[in-house]
Design a protein around this ligand. Structure first.
Ligand SMILES: C[S@@+](CC[C@H](N)C(=O)[O-])C[C@H]1O[C@@H](n2cnc3c(N)ncnc32)[C@H](O)[C@@H]1O
Length: 263
């Protein structure tokens, strides 16, 4: 296998998003509590803690956006100060924070490094993907298969197809593994690992639901490895310099777009 190497990885920003988010919270904390202290020393009416924490969340969300964080960080930035304050006031033991952090890390393994969080394709997308398979016995791979819903749906719809999923976040991989086992479907292969290190030449359809960040490098990888006549399908995210050959807009609530590049 002419396995791709780390050269295939998309270029990463020099600062991980989680550090940007924490920096925004730190600055927001200083501004929020600083203003509250100044107000108190000047004899103005005191500001309640929940209001300060809400203010901190809003300032952190705005700063995060200004500093280039993707929009999906906004709700996290808004609730983080309030959640931390509530946990401290409730006097939760420290292992609770550790356990929450561990679970989040196992689920959102790729959110910081690869800039790909976990969100899932819906049923209408699964049905549309089955339509976009070039033949009943096509070889399909979901790169970053999450908890495996796309795999089991396609394996059921196309019993003669060979369906593969690869996932590097430990908890979603474990859930996908269980889902595949419970389904009893025999035409699914599940790989634990990094798709940047996997050669894509064996597949007729490569499906990706990732984020804008890795798309240019993924398109390059697909062009270099996939065989002529195969298809790269991206859910929602395009490659600005190389527009897709086809765009399929689904009639679901989010108006999902499946972008197809014919290799
Ligand atoms: C947005 S989710 C999509 C899940 C699934 N494909 C679906 O459509 O329902 C993206 C998934 O890609 C995984 N991922 C991101 N980078 C990866 C990599 N380099 N190798 C393997 N999995 C990766 C993430 O952990 C996450 O589970």
């Amino acid at each position: 296998m002419s396995g791709p190497t780390d050269e295939n990885r998309p270029l990463q920003s020099t600062r991980a998003p989680v550090l940007t988010a924490l920096a925004a919270q730190a600055v927001a904390f200083i501004i929020g509590f600083g203003l509250a202290m100044v107000a108190r020393r000047s004899g103005l009416p005191g500001v309640d803690l929940p209001l300060i924490l809400a203010g901190q969340g809003i300032i952190a969300a705005v700063l995060g956006l200004k500093w280039g964080l993707p929009r999906w960080w906004v709700p996290l930035q808004l609730v983080l100060p309030g959640a931390a304050g509530a946990a401290l006031m409730l006097g939760l033991p420290s292992w609770v924070f550790l356990a929450i952090f561990a679970v989040l890390a196992l689920v959102f393994w790729n959110a910081s490094d690869q800039r790909v969080p976990l969100y899932l394709s819906n049923r209408k997308t699964w049905a549309a993907l089955a339509q976009l398979m070039p033949a009943d016995d096509s070889r399909f791979i979901d790169i970053g298969c999450g908890i495996g819903g796309t795999l089991t749906s396609l394996a059921k719809a196309k019993p003669n197809a060979a369906i593969t999923g690869i996932e590097s976040a430990p908890l979603p991989f474990a859930l996908a593994w269980m889902r595949v086992k419970i389904s009893g479907l025999k035409n699914i292969e599940l790989i634990y690992g990094d798709f940047w290190k996997l050669d894509l030449k064996a597949y007729d359809v490569v499906y990706a639901f990732l984020s804008p960040a890795p798309m240019p490098a993924l398109h390059e990888k697909a062009r270099a490895e996939m065989k002529s006549g195969s298809r790269l399908i991206s859910n929602s995210f395009t490659v600005p310099e190389n527009p897709p050959n086809e765009t399929h807009t689904l009639d679901d609530r989010r108006g999902t777009q499946l972008l197809v590049w014919r290799i």
